[in-house]
Design a binder for this molecule. Structure first.
Ligand code: ADP
Ligand code: MG
Ligand code: MG
Length: 480
């Protein structure tokens, strides 16, 4: 294997130990006081916050690749909006998967139900995030990890970390470096999407419903969206409910308006309902169906949720697939360039070949089920065991195989609650996310924007790096 590249640090490190200790203490306070927070998993209490894990200094990221990711966002939005509205493509792509993967199957049933009944609300709101890593073994290029259509997080706290990293550079006197920190208004951008949908619905008394988990650890990120919405328009009501509560308190009016305790809901913003344990019983599935049947604008609608599955990502990487949705060759080329090798595991020649490739060289791939939220993928030698166990069973069709991206390594300080101060200098890798807003129906796209970014960084030896999942740390890019 070719050697992995290294990225230089934005300033000279290591820092002097005493200076570092003081800086870390101060930045922890800065983070808490600016809402870069998260609730403790080990000592959960509604009454207190920890700072969210963060990287002390901004991490170097190649400017050209950053700009490419920013530039391509509206094209990806267009592509995914069209995919979500192409029944044939979704049906064909998910045909096997929904028979084997119960969760995706249940989502699909909701979609079929509302299609049969007639879709009440034709407008969809997509608040999305396309994630990337730099692939660095040959020439450096940016590669898409995945495109998220549900519950995309970190626009809220991501703003704070951009400012925190700026504060640290200022504290160290590096004023000349600040121009390499790109501006980030992801929170306002994403929230304006919610507000646009609320306006399109057109009922000034209506509320925005946040569908939330039973326990919310990532509370700051969610509240930032709520409070930003209030800042933009204090008259918009916001309600937070779990699916279980919606089951008991929700109903449809005779005009299919969604009512929660009698209040009309114009926009449903899912910050939950993307993992099987978040829709555990029939009650919660019924609530999900109730929402989809309603006139409320859903973020995401059920077809947007389905379009965000890994199986769809893999199908789009097949030759000729992007061309079904985009016509401009420049756009098609740009999208194809960010895709990496993706393979289905169906029972056909291509699927058998993919299984064999992975068995022969498991380190080259990541094996992915149709799950969200981190911690579900299989890496390295375990790929072989997992594949051998399901090689002849239908279960394998619910998984995809993806080429493993090898990001360049940077060096820095990760600050995490409960860890020693000063923190050790560690080797890290980063994942960039670009946020998008798209609003439209099966015919038209009325809003299509790129609205900001976030960077997540993890120690180089970890396979995954979710911040809420406790593996990654918030970060911001330093462009070179
Ligand atoms: P999820 O929807 O659970 O976030 P992802 O596809 O983003 O699923 O995978 C989770 C994590 O696994 C990513 O954030 C990244 O750290 C790692 N990962 C996923 N795909 C790849 C890949 N092709 N190469 C390297 N790492 C990957
Ligand atoms: Mg995801
Ligand atoms: Mg992800």
């Amino acid at each position: 294997m070719a050697t992995v590249k290294r990225l230089p640090s934005c300033i000279q490190i290591p820092l002097d130990e005493e200076e570092l200790k003081d800086l870390v203490s101060k930045t922890k306070d800065w983070a808490i006081m600016h809402g870069v927070g998260i609730r403790s998993k080990t000592a959960f209490s509604e009454d207190s916050l920890n700072f969210a894990p963060f990287v002390l200094l901004p991490t170097t990221f190649p400017r050209k690749q950053f700009e490419k990711a920013v530039e391509i966002q509206t094209t990806l939005n267009e592509l995914m909006h069209r995919v979500a509205h192409n029944r044939e493509f979704l049906r064909e792509t998910l045909r096997e998967t929904i028979q084997v993967d119960e969760f995706t199957g249940n989502l699909y049933k909701i979609w079929e139900t509302v299609l049969d009944e007639g879709v009440a609300q034709k407008t969809c709101l997509g608040l999305v995030r396309s994630d990337y890593m730099i692939h660095s073994t040959e020439i450096s290029s940016i590669k898409q990890v995945e495109y998220n259509t549900i519950s995309v997080s970190l626009a809220g706290v991501g703003n704070g970390i951009s400012l925190s990293n700026r504060y640290v550079l200022e504290e160290l006197g590096h004023f000349d470096k600040l121009h390499n920190l790109p501006e980030n208004n992801a929170l306002t951008g994403i929230t304006l999407g919610l507000l646009d949908a609320w306006k399109i619905y057109g009922d000034p008394k209506s509320a925005v419903l946040f569908v939330v988990e039973d326990i919310t650890y990532n509370i700051c990120d969610q509240r930032f969206h709520e409070f930003e919405l209030k800042r933009l328009n204090p008259r918009v009501k916001v309600i937070r409910k779990t699916l279980t509560e919606i089951h008991f308190e929700g109903a449809l009016s005779s005009e299919n308006e969604l009512l929660v305790n009698g209040i009309v809901i114009s926009v449903v913003y899912f910050r939950s309902a993307y993992t099987p344990d978040q829709i555990p019983t029939k009650k919660e599935w019924d609530a999900r169906l109730l929402i989809e049947r309603s006139l409320a604008i859903k973020c995401p609608s059920i077809q947007y949720h389905l379009a965000g599955t890994k199986k769809v990502q893999q199908a789009l990487a097949k030759p000729g697939a992007i061309e079904l949705f985009l016509s401009e060759s420049k756009k098609i080329e740009a999208v194809r360039e960010v895709f990496t090798g993706l393979y289905g595991l169906d029972f056909d020649e291509a699927g058998d070949q993919a299984v064999q490739m992975a068995l022969d060289d498991p380190e080259r791939y990541v094996l992915k089920p149709q799950r969200e939220g981190g911690g579900n993928n299989v890496y390295g030698k375990e790929i072989r065991d997992t594949l051998l166990a399901m090689k002849d069973s239908r279960e394998r069709t619910a998984w995809i195989l993806m080429e493993r991206i090898r990001p360049p390594i940077s060096t820095g300080y990760i600050v995490r609650a409960g860890n020693t101060n000063p923190p050790p200098l560690v080797e890290m890798v980063s994942e960039l996310g670009i946020f998008g807003v798209v609003i439209g129906d099966s015919q038209n796209i009325s809003v299509n924007r790129q609205v900001g970014h976030m960077l997540r960084t993890k120690v180089a030896t970890a396979d995954e790096g979710g911040v809420a999942a406790g593996l990654g740390a918030l970060d911001s890019p330093y462009l070179i």
